[in-house]
Structures are given as C-alpha cells and as structure tokens.
Design a protein around this ligand. Sequence first.
Ligand code: HEM
Length: 485
Amino acid sequence: MDSSLIVFLSTMFAPLALSLSVFVVLRATARRKLRLPPGNLGLPILGETLQLISAYKTENPEPFIDDRVARYGAVFTTHVFGEPTVFSADPETNRFILQNEGRLFESSYPGSIQNLLGRHSLLLMRGSLHKRMHSLTMSFANSAIMRDHLLVDIDRLVRFNMDSWTGRVILMEETKKITFQLTVKQLMSFDPCEWTENLMKEYMLVIEGFFTIPWPFFSTTYRRAIQARRKVAEALSLVVRERRRESEKGERKKDMLAALLDEGGGGSGGTFSDEEIVDFMLALLVAGYETTSTIMTLAVKFLTETPHALAQLKEEHTEILAKKGVNEALQLEDYKSMPFTQCVVNETLRVSNIISGVFRRAITDVTIKDGYTIPKGWKVFASLRAVHMDHDHFKAARTFNPWRWQNGSGTTSCSMNMFTPFGGGPRRCPGAELARVELSVFLHRLVTQFSWVPAEQDKLVFFPTTRTQKRYPILVERLNQVRAM
Ligand code: HEM
C-alpha cells in the first residue's frame, strides 16, 4: 500500500483508535474497582482539552485549575490531549510523582516529539545511562567551569548581541539569538558566524515542529521540522567527525562535545556513536533555548510593570559596575553579589511558569494521598504552576513581588519546597543553574546599558507555550556608549 495512504488512514482512524483504547482503559479500571481521584472526563475523545486550551490562551488560565480544585480537591481526574489524566495541584503529590521517576512513574513524550528529539536524547534516556548523562550535563555549568570560562563567555555573547541594539528591539527574538549562540558555544566552542546563523535558521524550523499538530499528512510545519532536523543533525555530525579527527591528533577543547567524545560506555558499552552524540546535543539545544529566552523576556516585562523593583535592580548593578571598568568581564564574585537579582530571578520563574508542569505515566497501579489510585498506564500531570499560584503557599501568589524572597515576607515557611520551576527528582532540570546565571548576566548588561519602554501593548499567553503575543517589542535608549570588546 502506498505510504501516504497508510499515513492518511492512520490519521483518519487515530481518534477512533484512541477513543477505543481510552474506553478499554476505563472499563478495565472500573472492573478492578480502583478508587480514582474524583473529576470529570468531559466529552468523548476531546475530554476537557478545549477548556484547557481556551483557558491557557488567555492571560489568566488559573480558573481552569481553581474550579476543579474547588470541586474535587487538589488531585483530580480529567481527560486532556486524548487520554484520561490524573492532574495534581498538590505539592506533596507532585513531589511523590517526581521522586518516583523510574520506579512508579516514567516520563512520557508523544511519538511526534520523540522523532524530533532523537532517541538518544537525555529526555528519553532511562536507567543508569540517564543518571550518568544527567550528571554530566549538570557538571557543565558547575562553579569551576563557570569561573574558568563560562561566565565570561555568557557575558561576552550578551554584550556582543546588545551592541547592535538600537531603537525598536523585539526582545524575544534577541534573547533567542543570545541563548542559541550560548548553547552552541558551550556545546562545541563555536562563536557566532555564518555557520551558526544557518544552523539557527534550520533549528528554528525544528522548534516549530514541537508546537504543531503532528499529523504528517496534513501538517507541513511538522514535515518541514523533520526535514530541518535531518539537516541540523547532518551539520552536527560533520562537526563531531572533525572533532574526532582532531582529538586523535591530541587536540582537545573545553566543551561539552569534548566531554562526550571522552565519555565511555555508550549504548553498546563502548564510546558514544556519532548518532548518540548528535541526538544528545540537539536535545540540549532544544531544552535550553525556548525556556531561557522566554524567562529573559518575561523578567523584562515584569520589571517594566514594577518600576520600584527595576529601580532597586538597577541600583544593585550600578554598584557592581562602579567597582570595575565598564568593559571588564563579570566574574563569579560579581554574580554572587547580586542578592536582589536572585529575588527577581526566583520571582520571574515562579510567576511565569515556563514549564507549567510535567507529564508522567504510571508504570504500575500507584496509591497516592487519601487512598486514591492512579491506574497502571494512566497519564499524570504534576502541575508546578498550580502550586506556584496557590495563595496558601505564596502570599498574594498572583502578584509579581520579588521582595517576597528577601526575608520570607511573602512566602510561607515551607515555600522553598513548593518552589519547583525546574521540576524535581532524577529529571530535575540539569540546566537550572546555567539558566539563572544567563538571566542574571543578561539583566546586568541590560539595566546598566539601556533604558527602555514597551513599543506597544503586549500580553502573556500560556498555550502552546508561555510567551507574549507580540514577542515583547521595546524601544531602547543607550545610557552610555559602551561597546562590546
Ligand atoms: C528558565 C529556564 C529553564 C526552565 C524553567 C527549565 C525547566 C525544566 C523542567 C521543569 C524540567 C523537568 C522536565 C521533567 O521532569 O520531565 C527540565 C528538564 C530539562 N532541562 Fe530545563 N529548564 C530551563 C533551562 C534549561 C537549560 C538552559 C538547559 C540546558 C542545559 C536545560 C536542559 C534540560 C534538560 C536536558 C532536561 C531533561 C532532563 C532529564 O530528562 O533528565 N534546561 N527543565
């Protein structure tokens, strides 16, 4: 049979197959008399997906969760994106889910996302290989590397990009450029050049594929993303091959690729293959790019809307700058003397909820709080957002208030345990510290070099990702003639 016909048929019959499998799962659950958390499975096939999407397309998605928590409690059953799902807005249950990764639950991404990520990406690895590669990734932003070169690299790239800013700047575009260049530098030591620009163009097509409906027959965006992924993978493979040749001659760079080439024990027990290394690098590019650039943009938005916080931040950075030359690179000690900046970083992470929660699948029947059961095979969504936005855990939780982190004035005694923008357990974000440093350096250079006003009204939306609708255009004015070196 012609392959496009197979795709067509499977696309047409997928919803039917899905609803049948949902029916089978629900009947099996009922037969075994499992005590599910209360809730509503909504319409056949669609469940409550449309309600969720329409809530998350507004500036205030909270009612979707608030209404259900009020009716059923902090853990409830719903049906979203084609599957019955247990939704947790409860910090204790979230912690239980995240900590039991690999034992009771496992991370679960749709096949379309797996195709784009590549099967050897960290996000899809499991077991001991995952553990080792997770700590290798984390080690790439440890304080020795930060002190040695990473902080200087970040600072230089931020200044290099800001150097061309004038007049109207679309902040989300600029922060994307910065984070892409930083990751490429960290992964394989390339400075911005024509090659990195071409790579970024292809790579942006790959990213679009993550946020589209992945029906290959209908979605040109998804098809284009798969083609672009192939091109990006080819470009990265050439780099890997070249670097293998160099390392045979005894040359060694201080980057992630060098560490991967050194690292023994890939899938087959030997060193990693080119394909494994390429998948791994590509997934890191994906994981750090959209998240960090969005957090940079939203920090600026929140600060612009909270002038008192912006003034205090500016004071902190002007003092740091006064102690050193304008063109002198930031050092680790400078980063460590930014207490108010860290409050701004925390609060931006808390309010923006870039990753609103994480999906898992139950490997076995799991009994949770209050004696409810999550049946084997069911999806679970641990909502990080619901906890961050809960007034019981954070005073006036829906207001941007960086001072709450200063002396616990706006947090409850256990808020630190409730604060999980980077997830938790074995899959806790290995780029967490890196993202914090990138944002801090970005804010330092921004507030000491520019003043700005929003170029037009823009609003936050949370579906398909957290972002502002117009990519936050601002009008910048340079405070002094600082040029990157
Ligand atoms: C503000 C920025 C960021 C936020 C809010 C964020 C958030 C998260 C969250 C919540 C997870 C957990 C996903 C899960 O449990 O299923 C995660 C995982 C991950 N993040 Fe980040 N992240 C950020 C930046 C970065 C950066 C800069 C990198 C680059 C190294 C990165 C790389 C990863 C990777 C590779 C994973 C998968 C870890 C695993 O499955 O073991 N992230 N991130």
